[in-house]
Write a protein of this length. Sequence first.
Length: 300
Amino acid sequence: MPRCRKLCIAVFALIVLIILCTLTHLDKFKPDSSPKELSSSTHASVVLPAVEPIYTELLIIKSLDGVFLDGVFSAQDESDQLVGKIESLGTLLADRSRVDDNRQSAEWVVSVTQILGPFMSSFDSGRISYKNRTLDVQGSISSQVELDRLLSMLSNTNITYTHNIELIVPEVEETQGNIEVAQKELADLLSIENIEFKKASDYLSRKGSLTVKKLADILKRHSTIKVEIAGHTDSDGDDNLNLRLSQARVDSVKDELILLGISPDRLRAVGYGESRPLVSNTDAANKQKNRRVEFIVIGE
């Protein structure tokens, strides 16, 4: 057989061998006819966080000088409700509250307004805040009666609350049975600090509340004496109106003393109107002297 022909046959055989080998191994490269199971992460759905309603946030800070208010409200009447209550009870130093129509109204505004009374009258300093659906009250208080009242109000609300309130019991030295000393201390204090009220009302001013607190300290030192709280007005206006105003004012003083821990059995409040002036009502200075509250020791 010629050499050329042998070479052609060898090449042809090699080609056939290559083709057969290729066909034998093709199955290894075929795609799997059965679909592969996708990983669980492929099928996992994306869970979006629940959209929480935006609630009003509030901050009320009270110091001896007055009250700072900050908050975001859904409507102007919510802000006005708190501002009006604060101004009726004390001094509003700064109001940074604002209205955002996108905010959701909340019933807790009413609850905060209700607890402002004991908060304003009994806390020298403290704070009320509302955030993340929780009302928080902090500060120090010297009246167990008023603390119990505040906690009772909080427990009767339908909102979540927390508190960190310190009860401070003043250290007082009792001087029992000395009526003359007690009367002098009360009279001396009132000779330099008249109990002040807001104009034409029976609401104590901030200064008036501080004076009443000092009177309560005297009564605590002399723990057995009883006093009459006597209210007087000048002669301006109607006699009957003056009489009612003087009674309302001494009732306010009595209520404040009770909140400060003085037993109501030791207190008698009497309004005399314009019937017992110290001096004639001829000028503004004399009228100021006649508008007064006196503490008179009436026994033990």
